[in-house]
Design a protein around this ligand. Sequence first.
Ligand SMILES: [Zn+2]
Length: 445
Amino acid sequence: MSAVTAVVGGTIVSPSGSVAGDVLVRDGAIAAVGEVDRTGAEVVDASGCLVLPGAIDVHTHIFGAVADDTRSALLGGTTSMLAFVDAEPGERPVEAARRTIADELPKAHADVALHTVIWEPEAYRPGDMRDVHALGVGSVKLWLAYIELGIMADDDVAFAVMQEAAALGMVVLAHCENGRVIDVLTRELVAAGEMGLGSLPRSRPIALEAECVHRFLAMAEVAGSTAYVVHVTGSRPMQELAAARGRGQAVYGEACVHHLLFDESCHHGDDALRYVMTPPLRSPGDRAALRGGLVRGGLDTYASDHCHLRLDRDKVPVADDFTRVPTGVPGIAARLPIGLALAGEDGLTVERLVEVACAAPARIFGLPGKGAVAPGNDGDLVVWDPAAPSAITLEGLGDGLDWTPYDGFELPGRIRHVLARGVHVVEDGTFIGEEHRGAYLAVGG
Ligand SMILES: [Zn+2]
């Protein structure tokens, strides 16, 4: 194929507005926007279509299934992602990141940056963040719940990590739920024999999320660290974010697809197994608050929290015990199309969607060359046809799983083309990028 591609006749979307124009991509990068010289270029017709920057998913768990999940990402217009590094028992953060870069990233079809994770809080020692930061990892995640898995950081370790991260300019992400109280509530439910999936939300009320967000942000204030709260679920945690912003803190909140679409009634239906996630789904009012937050700026990013979990292998065999079902849902490919479906509803514009799904992730996590259709940036583009309604199907997601919580979700249009670093990887909705390899996005260097 040509090293030069011209995407012509479309409307280019940025957070500040949408303008008609062509995009010329040469040698993997955007060479020109507006009136372009298309001599010798492969021409991609974007007439009547929106041209978006390749989307960036801040919250993904892809390791162990990198090829499937990154192929799926590209099919859904996500050309870059930040992924949580898994660790073997006893591995230091830098060792886990080095192994991931060597063994996992060569299989990636899309670009990947890493979040390091504190998996063994008792083993944390000063210098762990410095070492992993030197590999180009610009963010660290704390688990403030999951005491039963041994991964919950107590306040002392969390604060020490935040201090070291602050000194290095690393962003600190946190899963915010009060793990100690959840542990008590869970053991009470188990003792009462209440093992059904409806016990999941009962063990994790939103008050415990709001309390943990408050505590995390207070610690971040004292440590001087940038704080990013993953998967915010409703009004009360959003109020904590707003209060910290009011104090002048650098804080960010993330909304995930499932919390925007579903509510707590899903935990009590016949197909509750399809909604096992933490934090759980909340009230319809909370869901509305999240949508409002995405529109008005109370929330900063829109992510998938994609987990490569099968129903038949991972969930069904333990479905009669809410403490044993692995939590999480897949969604890396569904995220951007569902965002485009939400755009137009409730005041969410396509320009604001580009902010929360593309531009803000690049800015917050320091990914140069990403998140905007601009000369010099990487040639990551999505061509969305708003005149071709479609629906989400398992086959179309291409992630190799046996289910999706979004099956049959109706979309007002469809993705026609995706370019990743200038390579045409999705053509007329079909993945043709099997040979394309993504890059490791080193940040913070
Ligand atoms: Zn997650």
